[in-house]
Design a protein around this ligand. Structure first.
Ligand code: PLP
Length: 439
């Protein structure tokens, strides 16, 4: 087997990585992952790293869980793939039933239909098209979306258009849909009691343009990729009320927050608010295979059913070759089964509390500006002392056997929900020492 250095040279000659500046990529000495066990990544040289970000927020049960491995293998022996256009299959049906049973309950409609996609961005893309087409089929065309400052909903054009992350948004501006940008309730500029300013701005935007808006899209309780900005439940209550008052749909993007990440199955449960469309992905298969879904309310689904006298088809013209791939559905079913049997949500809530306690001394360090946390979704914002301070802290943690990824100068901690005590201690002590080294 070649060494890491040899693989990195071959990588540099052939591969174009996502969200990566290749002028500095090899200089950053990337980890060449060879295998993984539980919460550990192991590189081709045999070095072990604690996977502190669950392989981009996905491996909620850790790597190599025997139940998920077995479910995929068993499914492979029966049916590897068949299209969801014109045929159906048992794992796709069973998973839809399971997701509907787990859907959040509260103020808002029951979510009773499942539309599959391949990743978070494509789930968002489907939700946006559903929302726009819903408007045309229930009244008249409302071509605008309300989006939040700092939002991240993915990297396809529709998803970028409803995002508010300057870096990703501005680069593609001429290509993007017309949207109405409003303040983020998690924005620190809006003060400690976050949300009041943002609610007022959302109200004003809906008063002004509400009849043009087909949907308001929100990452509930925590804007993730912008740097982990948490906000109050009151914002979701207001967004639900305003969507209803102006006849717009409410979309919650739970791609990052879903499946226990915030200490509840859905972040929406912290507010008791149910959207009309809920997108999810990432942890749905426990991080084993790419799958995502849009959960939809019955009134939304109903608007897509043909009626006598229609002059245009109401079909949702959307779907991909691998929509609802049976292996992905089987992995997701096994993941949900394990989550239920082993009370993974309870474990996640406890792990979040423990991390919160352990991080208190880190939060008190002079170089640490803020620790933001909901469940096991954590951002540790550090003061910039160079061009890439967040990155340097992650590099220093890696030297201590912990793999982390920053969002700018916010170091993200999103470990597997089932992380053991010893590994949790290692995660925080490595971060603590890394902060001391860099700041
Ligand atoms: N929505 C949210 C809230 C996300 O955090 C992400 C990814 O981080 C996405 C959508 C896009 O998901 P994917 O990268 O799987 O396309």
């Amino acid at each position: 087997m070649s060494t890491s250095a040899e693989w990195i040279a071959r990588d540099a000659a052939a591969v174009w990585h996502p969200f990566t500046q290749h002028a500095t990529w090899t200089g950053d000495d990337p980890v060449v992952v060879d295998r993984a066990e539980g919460p550990w990544l192991i590189d081709v040289d045999g070095r072990r790293y604690l996977d502190g970000v669950s392989s981009l927020w996905t491996t909620t049960l850790g790597h190599g869980h025997p139940d998920i491995d077995a479910a995929i293998t068993a499914q492979l022996a029966r049916l590897d793939h068949s299209t969801f256009l014109g045929t159906t299959h048992t794992p796709g049906i069973e998973l839809s039933e399971a997701l509907i049973a787990l859907a959040p309950k509260g103020t808002g409609p029951d979510l009773t239909r499942v539309f599959y996609a391949g990743d978070g961005s494509s789930a968002v893309e489907a939700a946006l098209k559903i929302a726009y087409q819903y408007s045309t089929q229930t009244g008249r065309s409302r071509p605008k979306f309300v989006r939040l400052e700092h939002a991240y909903h993915g990297d396809t054009l529709g998803a970028v258009a409803v995002g508010g992350h300057r870096l990703f948004h501005d680069a593609y501006k001429p290509l993007l849909l017309d949207t109405i940008g409003v303040a983020s309730p998690g924005d620190r500029a809006n003060g400690r009691h976050r949300g009041a300013v943002a609610i007022a701005e959302l109200q004003a935007a809906m008063r002004r343009d509400g009849d043009q808006v087909c949907a308001i899209i929100v990452e509930p309780m925590m804007q993730g990729a912008a740097g982990m900005f948490d906000h109050d439940a009151a914002y979701l209550v207001a967004a639900r009320e305003l969507a209803d008052a102006y006849g717009a749909l409410l979309i919650f993007d739970e791609v990052a927050t879903g499946f226990g990440r915030t200490g509840k199955m859905w972040a929406a449960e912290h507010a008791g608010i149910v959207p009309d469309l809920l997108t999810c992905g990432k942890g749905i298969t426990g991080g084993y295979l790419p799958l995502s879904a849009v959960l939809a309310a019955e009134h939304v689904y109903d608007a897509f059913l043909a009626r006598p006298g229609d002059t245009a088809p109401r079909t949702f013209f959307h779907g991909h070759t691998y929509t609802a791939n049976p292996l992905c559905c089987a992995a997701a079913l096994a993941n949900l089964r394990v989550m239920g049997e082993q009370n993974v949500i309870g474990q996640a809530a406890r792990l979040g509390e423990r991390l919160g306690k352990l991080l208190e001394p880190v939060a008190a360090k002079p170089g640490v500006l803020e620790v933001r946390r909901l469940g096991t979704m954590i951002g540790v914002e550090v003061a910039a002392v160079g061009e890439r301070t967040g990155f340097e802290v992650c590099r220093a943690a890696r030297e201590r056997g912990v793999w982390l990824r920053p969002l700018g100068d916010t170091v993200v901690l999103m470990p597997p929900l089932t992380l053991g005590d010893d590994e949790t201690d290692l995660l925080v002590s490595a971060l603590d020492a890394a902060v001391d080294e860099v700041l």
